[in-house]
Design a protein around this ligand. Structure first.
Ligand code: MTE
Length: 291
């Protein structure tokens, strides 16, 4: 498997202490060196999409500190043997954290390279004993307008809470992770603290932040950007340089940050964002229709 930066077993490498409360006792397995240059931390934590805090790229970093992330509970519902409301500490008990250096390709045609700390989504879902009838997993972001000013805006282009979903076989792919940290530290609020999804072969909007609800379903869940503009944003949202957004090309991307010296560094967009090992999930599907 050509996973850039997927780490081995946590027990085989030194543990590095994380910098806050409930994660202090945990270490993580560092990723092997990546073929991509990692985006500077300061950039990845100040240029964000998190509409709950506003639509400007700097709004989440400026306003995200208003969000209270402790305590944090996640409701688990639907087609599972163990539904309930779980404290995040309980969800992380016994979980080995590992670092994964992944390319993040936004549907807006920019990209970064981010060292996440997390664990396979499959590990989490299996804890709840999914029933045989479960075909999809649906995620919901926190709705707390008093701490998330974007949710109070009359001009918001999307409806809240933000919702996303995956087919269960996609969710079980080893590249799909739940992240709780980045750059060796706990996740900053603007990046989706304390728990977010990271699905590196899909456009960034699938990687839903600050998750408070997970539901296993038989039918395809509704997803925020598809509800907002279904002709522009599909359910699958796999990175695909041959299927363009109606208003711009997806053939290339700007690798951020741009600087005085490298300008707008353009790189060719790769099918599945370069993660070819997921191709089997879509065998026989028309990717032009299932965008
Ligand atoms: N999750 C929520 N709840 N709200 C959002 O607005 N934006 C998405 C995704 N997850 C978004 C979200 C988009 S469009 C992208 S590109 C990524 O988060 C950006 O993640 P980053 O800010 O950590 O780079």
């Amino acid at each position: 498997m050509h996973v850039i930066g997927a780490a081995g077993l946590a027990s085989s490498v030194p543990a590095v202490a994380l910098h806050t409360g409930w994660m202090d006792s945990k270490g993580f397995a560092p990723a092997p060196p990546s073929e991509d240059t990692v985006t500077p931390r300061g950039y990845a934590t100040s240029f964000n999409n998190f509409y709950e805090f506003g639509t400007d790229k700097n709004d989440p970093a400026e306003l995200g500190s208003r969000l209270t992330t402790e305590p944090w509970k996640v409701e688990v519902a639907g087609l599972v043997g163990k539904p309930g409301t779980y404290d995040i500490e309980d969800l992380l008990t016994g979980v080995d954290l590992e670092e994964r250096i992944y390319r993040l390709r936004c549907v807006e045609a920019w990209s970064m390279v981010i060292p996440w700390i997390g664990f396979p989504l499959k590990t989490l879902l299996e804890r709840f004993n999914p029933l045989g009838s479960a075909k999809y997993v649906a995620f919901t972001t926190l709705y707390r307008p008093e701490e998330m000013p974007g949710q109070r805006s009359y001009f918001s282009s999307i409806k809240y809470p933000y919702v996303e979903g995956l087919r269960l076989d996609e969710a079980y792919h080893p590249l799909a992770i739940m992240a709780v940290g980045m750059y060796g530290q706990v996740l900053p609020n603007q990046n989706g603290a304390p728990l977010r999804l990271v699905v590196p072969w899909k456009y960034g909007f699938k990687s839903i932040k600050s998750i408070v609800r997970i539901e296993l379903t038989e039918t395809r869940p509704r997803t925020t950007w598809n509800l907002t503009a279904s002709n522009e944003y599909g359910f699958f949202a796999n990175v695909n340089p041959t299927v363009h957004h109606p208003r711009w090309s997806q053939g290339s991307e700007r690798r951020l940050p741009s600087s005085l010296f490298n300008g707008n560094r353009k790189v060719s967009t790769r099918m599945y964002n370069g993660y070819d090992e997921v191709a089997g999930l879509y065998a026989g599907m028309n990717l032009r229709l299932n965008y």
